[in-house]
Each structure stands twice: as structure tokens, then as C-alpha cells.
Design a protein around this ligand. Structure first.
Ligand code: HEM
Length: 402
């Protein structure tokens, strides 16, 4: 008998990995209802997840499939400037291809490698501020500021404006996770939009070397980008690149401290950092569910028929613990070989920021290992809380001593 699940409950979050294991075994393509009455399917096996993410019959932009009422109720709360629907992760080809090509070259491994020195500097500066205290909350003191500083510098956002981002980012992330919260978040989202407007104006008049300037150039010269798409792109880069990387760092520190023998191994073999970060992505991936897709036509899938207009949710967190793909999937092992996890998705929407996230994660962890080699949890790991957001896995707080 397959379990009855409430995917949006905090109980689900607590027991997610064992519930996913039951689903993989008993009902790998699991039917459930969304709050707006729409049928949705949860896909939990590795092979199916990979196939679904690569299948062009599952599309990202449901406008032609859903009624306005359904759209308004759940899927895409309408925000000013269509922030949530004019970006690449919510688009299909050819829009997707055009939008992604505009920024792809800023995110190649080669371009990202050039940021190494600067990211190291930021990590060291953040730790300088707390080194003498002997304790910190990894989330607020280290994991949160590092990626926001990096992405702001890439976009050309002045240092003094970064603090406002904590407020905006929190509100936006809440709204994106729980669409019914969008009303509460509107004031912050509006002030963020206003801020972007000013930034765009400034760069229009006085272009620089940053990403915002190069996007404005694409908008004015080539007619390759509409103004709403420009806002959406900046919004996506900040939202997609921030909270996820915060949680990679937080979950990474947590996983290593939960498994002290792995922390010690990494300390004595720092060359394992790259495979350690891949294992963190597999074991506690920051993104549990890929963003929604809709069947653009009837799609037979396993013994099920996924009907045109149904939504699918691909459980990356479950795929990454699939025993058919990984040996001892619930074992955290930083030396794991053939770790072809799906933490960054796959197919045409494969994470644009993966090289950046990997580099930030590697530098963050190596810097902690070097400067705070005796790092340990300040509380019983059982008391730590996961953020109650159904698509994300991240800790509310991570108090440590060193
Ligand atoms: C897409 C995960 C960091 C930008 C995605 C997707 C996943 C993901 C799973 C695919 C979503 C889907 O197919 O529905 C992560 C994780 C990160 C991370 C786990 C950190 C550990 C970043 C960073 C940036 C970024 C640092 C940029 C600054 C994007 C963008 C897309 C994307 C633009 C959409 C790509 C497209 O639709 O073609 N990410 N991401 N991500 N990510 Fe990331």
C-alpha cells in the first residue's frame, strides 16, 4: 500500500528520505492533487527522473494548457513585470534558448575559474570577522553572505546595497516556496523591482563591465531581450544563485560534522574536495524537487497515463538516493565514485550556475577546514531544524564552535 502523502507538510520534510524510498518501491509515479484541484505526479526513481527532465513533451510554460483561474490560483502568482514567467527556467525553446544564450558565456567553467581569487578573499574576510569569537551560526555568518556578495559583484550591484538583499531575498524565497505567501511578500518584491529599475537606469546611462550592463546592451541593440525579460533575468540569477548556494555550504558543513570521520578524511586529503562537494550535492542536495513541468500532450509513463495539462514534480532528492543507481545510497562517502547525481537537474534546464556553485562550495569548505580545523556542532544534531520549504533543503540555523 503506497503511503498517503502531504508533500507540503513539515512532517514530510522530516521524513522525506524514507518516504521517497517507499514511493520508489511502491508507487514510483505517484499521483496527487494540487490545492487548485489539478492533477500532479511525483517522479521518484533515478531513471524516470532523468528521462522526464530530458523529455520535451514536458514543458515549462503552461500558458496554453491551463485556464487563467488555475494559473492565478497556484502555478504562477502574477508579479509585476512578469518576474516569474519571463525567465529561462519558466520558458521552452525557442525563448529558452535565446534567454540562456545571453548569459551562458558568463558562466562557463573558464569564466568562473577567474573568480577563484576573489571568492577566496571574500571567504577569508567573512571568517576574519568571527575568528576570535570561537563560535558562529554558519548560516548567517558565512553561508548567507558569501554567495550574495559573489552574485552582486557579477551583476555590478554596489557593495553598500547588499544588506537590503537579505530582506528581499528572504521574502522572495518565502513567496516562491509557498505561493499562498505571495501577498505578504509583495511589499519587499516591489521594493526589489524598484531597486532593479534604478540599477538598470544607471547602467543604461553609464555602462560598466558587469552582467547587467551586457544584458542592457542585448536589450537595446539586438532586440533579443524585452524589458520584462531583463528584470526577470536579474531576478532569476539572484534567486536561483543565492539560497541554493547558501544551503550547499550549510548542508555541507552539517553533513561533514554529522560524519566526523569524513571531516577528518577531508582535512588530511584536501584533494578530495571536489568529490566531497559532489557527495554533499547528492546526499543533501539544496533543491529537492525540480521546478514544475506540465505535460504538453498525453504521455504514457510507466503504467500511468500523464494527461495533457497535468503537472509533474521530479524528486531530485529521491533520485539521488535511488539504490538502483547508487551503492549504499544512504551512506555519506566523500570518496564515492561515479557520482552522477541530479542535484543540478539535467537536460536543457541543467543548472546554469553549476560551475559557480561548485567553486563557491569548494572554497567555502576548504577555508573552514584550514582556519577552523576543530570545528564542531554546538548542539545535538537532532535539534537542528530544516526550513519548512517543500522544494528546498536547508537548515534554519547551524551553530558551531571552533
Ligand atoms: C537551474 C540547482 C546554484 C542559476 C537549476 C536547476 C537545478 C538547480 C536543479 C534545474 C531546475 C529545473 O530543471 O527545473 C542548483 C543548485 C545550486 C545552484 C543545487 C547550488 C548548489 C546556482 C547558481 C546560479 C544558478 C549559483 C547562478 C548564479 C540557475 C539558472 C537555472 C538553474 C539560471 C535555469 C537554467 C535553465 O532554465 O536553463 N539550478 N543551482 N544556480 N540554475 Fe541553479
Amino acid at each position: 500500500e503506497a503511503p498517503q502523502l502531504d508533500l507540503f507538510s513539515s512532517e514530510f520534510k522530516r521524513n522525506a528520505y524514507s518516504l521517497y524510498a517507499q514511493l520508489r518501491e511502491q508507487e514510483p509515479v505517484y499521483r496527487f492533487m494540487l490545492p487548485n484541484g489539478q492533477t500532479a505526479w511525483l517522479i521518484t526513481r533515478y531513471e524516470d527522473a532523468q528521462a522526464a527532465l530530458k523529455d520535451s513533451r514536458f514543458i515549462k510554460n503552461p500558458h496554453t494548457l491551463l485556464s487563467q483561474e488555475q494559473m492565478d490560483k497556484w502555478t504562477f502568482p502574477m508579479l509585476e513585470r512578469d518576474l516569474l514567467i519571463r525567465n529561462m527556467v519558466a520558458s521552452d525553446p525557442p525563448d529558452h534558448t535565446r534567454l540562456r544564450n545571453l548569459v551562458q558565456k558568463a558562466f562557463t567553467p573558464k569564466m568562473i575559474e577567474e573568480l577563484r581569487g576573489r571568492i577566496q578573499e571574500i571567504a577569508d574576510t567573512l571568517l576574519d570577522e568571527i575568528q576570535d569569537k570561537g563560535n558562529m551560526n554558519v548560516m548567517d555568518d558565512f553561508a548567507f553572505p558569501l554567495p550574495i556578495i559573489v552574485i552582486c559583484e557579477m551583476l555590478g550591484i554596489p557593495a553598500e546595497d547588499r544588506d537590503s538583499f537579505r530582506d528581499w531575498s528572504n521574502a522572495i524565497v518565502r513567496a516562491v516556496h509557498l505561493p499562498e505567501k505571495i501577498q505578504e511578500a509583495l511589499p519587499q518584491i516591489r521594493s526589489f523591482i524598484k531597486y532593479m529599475g534604478q540599477l538598470i537606469e544607471e547602467r543604461r546611462n553609464d555602462p560598466d563591465e558587469d552582467l547587467v550592463s551586457s544584458l542592457i546592451q542585448a536589450e537595446t541593440e539586438g532586440e533579443q531581450l524585452t524589458e520584462n525579460e531583463l528584470y526577470s533575468m536579474i531576478f532569476l540569477l539572484i534567486v536561483a544563485g543565492h539560497e541554493t548556494t547558501v544551503n550547499l555550504i550549510g548542508n555541507g558543513v552539517f553533513a561533514l560534522l554529522q560524519h566526523p570521520e569524513q571531516w577528518e578524511k577531508l582535512k588530511s586529503h584536501p584533494g578530495l574536495i571536489s568529490s566531497a562537494v559532489e557527495e554533499i550535492l547528492r546526499f543533501y542536495g539544496p533543491v529537492e524537487l525540480a521546478s514544475s513541468r506540465w505535460a504538453g500532450e498525453d504521455v504514457p509513463f510507466h503504467e500511468q497515463l500523464i494527461r495533457k495539462g497535468d503537472m509533474i514534480a521530479v524528486a531530485l532528492a529521491s533520485a539521488n538516493r535511488d539504490e538502483a543507481q547508487f551503492i549504499h545510497p544512504d551512506r555519506f562517502d566523500i570518496t564515492r565514485k561515479n557520482n552522477r547525481h541530479l542535484a543540478f537537474g539535467t537536460g536543457i534546464h541543467h543548472c546554469l550556475g553549476a560551475p559557480l556553485a561548485r567553486l563557491e562550495g569548494q572554497i567555502a569548505l576548504l577555508t573552514l577546514l584550514r582556519r577552523m580545523p576543530n570545528l564542531r556542532l554546538s548542539t545535538d544534531p537532532g535539534t537542528l531544524q530544516w526550513v519548512p520549504a517543500y522544494v528546498m533543503r536547508g537548515l534554519v540555523e547551524l551553530p558551531v564552535q571552533f
